[in-house]
Design a protein around this ligand. Sequence first.
Ligand code: SR1
Ligand code: MG
Length: 400
Amino acid sequence: MSSYIEFDAKKVIDYITNLGSFFDKDASLSCYEFGDGNLNLVFRVQDTQENSIIVKQALPYARCVGESWPLTLDRARIEASVLQRHGEICPDTTAKVLHHNTELALTVLEDLGHLRILRGELNQANTFTRLSKDVANYLAKTSFYHSSFYLTPSEKKALVTEFTNPELCAITEDLFFDDPYRDAERNNFPAALQPSVEMLRKNKALLVEVAKLKAQFLNAPETLLHGDVHTGSIFVDAKHTKLIDPEFGFFGPIGFDLGSFIGNLLLNYCAQHARINALPKRRNMQVYLLDCIATTLSSFYATWLELAKTHTRDLSLQADGYAEYFLTKVLQDAVGYCGCELIRRTIGLAHVADIDAIEDEDARLAVQQRALHLGELLIINANKCQTTDDVYQLIISFVN
Ligand code: SR1
Ligand code: MG
């Protein structure tokens, strides 16, 4: 029988005290819950000497909707295991797991409270020079070392089983690929956007491309993905970039995480049209975001190709030209998933503060129209891209 119970601040303190691992024996501990995400409880436990840890517990339902949306606790095991595996490859860019209890769906993590959540920072027009290189390095290395280029077929198959994550994948399958393209109860957009949404749904070429992207998501266990690389899953400061929250992790298409990240940068790009009135300042921020996208693409590609040339263990996949062929498909997938992210964050269930916090209704609507249209254009043109430069040129030809 499961020993799961939902924790409150007092139970967290008792649990951490019993573990006896993180604070002095006689430390006076305080704890508060501050989670504002869609799914989990998040507590900070601290002593009086400025030592602190994070305790994250999965609830048996989606927090943002309530008990009417039951959700597997297994996501906590997946999240801790992805963090551990990705952390072995990229310790500097992955939040550190200090302890995990699968029965309680509870994970103790390093406290990253000295850093800031990237989404909030971009919304304040704060920029980070390391961001794109760090994220590209994380995405390239974690995806290469969990791919068939590096793992033996039997190692990979065992991991695909270990990281089977059907309930969380189902959320993405529905919210990312289905709901936005039909009348779904969970969709969320203003009535004034209805004509644009209807136009989008009538675009048959778009629906075929979305079907291909969904099929790829369902059928291509290329690597162990983070599964939810949005700008709320990244802590930053001038010297650090740390990825958190890979509870949607599973073996899926490599382009998915890359596309999600770029999609979130583009959501911010669209939002800046309404967030910053002064033109030079707005342009500077938007140029920064485009630079970030260019660097993420080129750095991801260069790192992956170098790893493929020097560390591919599968004999057939070492064939001259195969890595380049494979990466072209990854880039095309990324552009498509990027477009899907723009669309689902605009009209689906889960939005972004970048857009939703724009107070002026008309300005917000204009941004939503931009994001929707950009998403559509990227999806239907994704397959024209052969190189990272093609992807960048495609993006800058559609943003303005
Ligand atoms: C019910 S979960 C909604 C969204 O939040 C997560 O961060 C994922 O992006 C998911 O699609
Ligand atoms: Mg999350």
